[in-house]
Write a protein that binds this ligand. Sequence first.
Ligand code: ATP
Ligand code: MG
Length: 413
Amino acid sequence: MPTLLPEELVKWQFVESQVKQVMGAYAFREIRTPIVERTELFQRTIGESTDVVSKEMYSFTDRKDQSLTLRPEATAGVVRAGIEHGLFYNQTQKLWSMGPMYRYERPQKGRYRQFHQINMEAFGYQGPDIDLEIILMTARIWKALGINSIQLEINSLGTPASRQVYRDALVGYFSDQKDSLDEDSVTRLKTNPMRILDSKNPDMKGLILNAPKITDFLDDESKQHFSILLKALESHGIDYKLNSNLVRGLDYYTKTVFEWTSDQLGSQATVCGGGRYDGLVEQLGGKDVCGIGCAIGMERLTELVEVSVEKAENSQPKIYIVAVGEGAEIHASIMAETIRDENQNYAVEVNMDGGNFKQQFRRADKSGAELAIIVGEQEIEQGTISLKPLKSDDEQTTVKQEELIGQLDEFFG
Ligand code: ATP
Ligand code: MG
């Protein structure tokens, strides 16, 4: 479970603020659910036979022997909360959430045991127009972050009924070729046959290529939904790649499923994955309300954002207050509070724990501040302050104390 250090978080905060702005522009609102939920919730939504539930959950019992789990994904909790708080009664919902998720996976680049997702979900919209809107929203997020090397892959898993027929066909096909299956696929054949299509084993490639295609099993309703969506994507100029082997790792998906992948990320290439889950709310005891959502992996997303870091880093100019002499320290901290009262866009650092001018200036340089404000005995006496630019050769200037804010605004432009 990685720790995110301050330097890295500068980029994260920039990315998060851009993403929030885009989601706001589509009228999505934030929801925050607990990190811990009952284990049963995930078993019922994600599915017992999925990798996530069968081997990746962090579960424990509390003091009353109740089994709880650190959330491996967000949708289950959002649906649970929505049912509990009546969010699905006579209204539609567009919700987003952001936060850590936990999966006991083999850690490697782009894959961690604690990772962060941005989740978007919409409830109560039946037609493909919401599928379109969610995809447009994610496309706009890439654009806002200057990401070009990203590709949409899309598939339809159909209604539960057509999915069942397909599942049977798949079991027939793979059972006939049982000797050619790898160990993983033999297990999946019994528990979750569609997941065989997701196998990363090159030896399985040929077999998968010739397997029955879900697209040939879609019922009319699913077909129509899918073709309207694809046409709409074309109208918006969104390139997509049809991928009939895209099945997604969780059991609850219906109809549209999609992933955004990038060739800049090595083997953990999927930045965002999602799809429809029309039966999920009802399955968890709520009304028959359809849903769709997707999740962006923050670790992989920030990996793709390079150019904007400097912009983010410069967003809060830094001032260091050097204070030497009788009464200078309290004077400096009062001045810092005054600056913060006026304008919180400046990061103000007051020298602490004393030191002579030389020591304090060394700390000021090390802090990365662009400007030092000098408070010495002479300044206090005369009601002035001295300003010394730290990242240029410009001379030190002395101004009246009441001119400080104006001087700062001028200096930082
Ligand atoms: P993958 O195929 O990479 O395992 P997934 O299908 O399990 O992904 P989802 O459950 O759909 O992933 O989660 C959506 C996104 O969350 C992924 O596309 C990815 O960006 C991110 N993600 C998932 N698991 C991890 C992880 N262990 N570490 C970092 N990011 C992750
Ligand atoms: Mg996974």
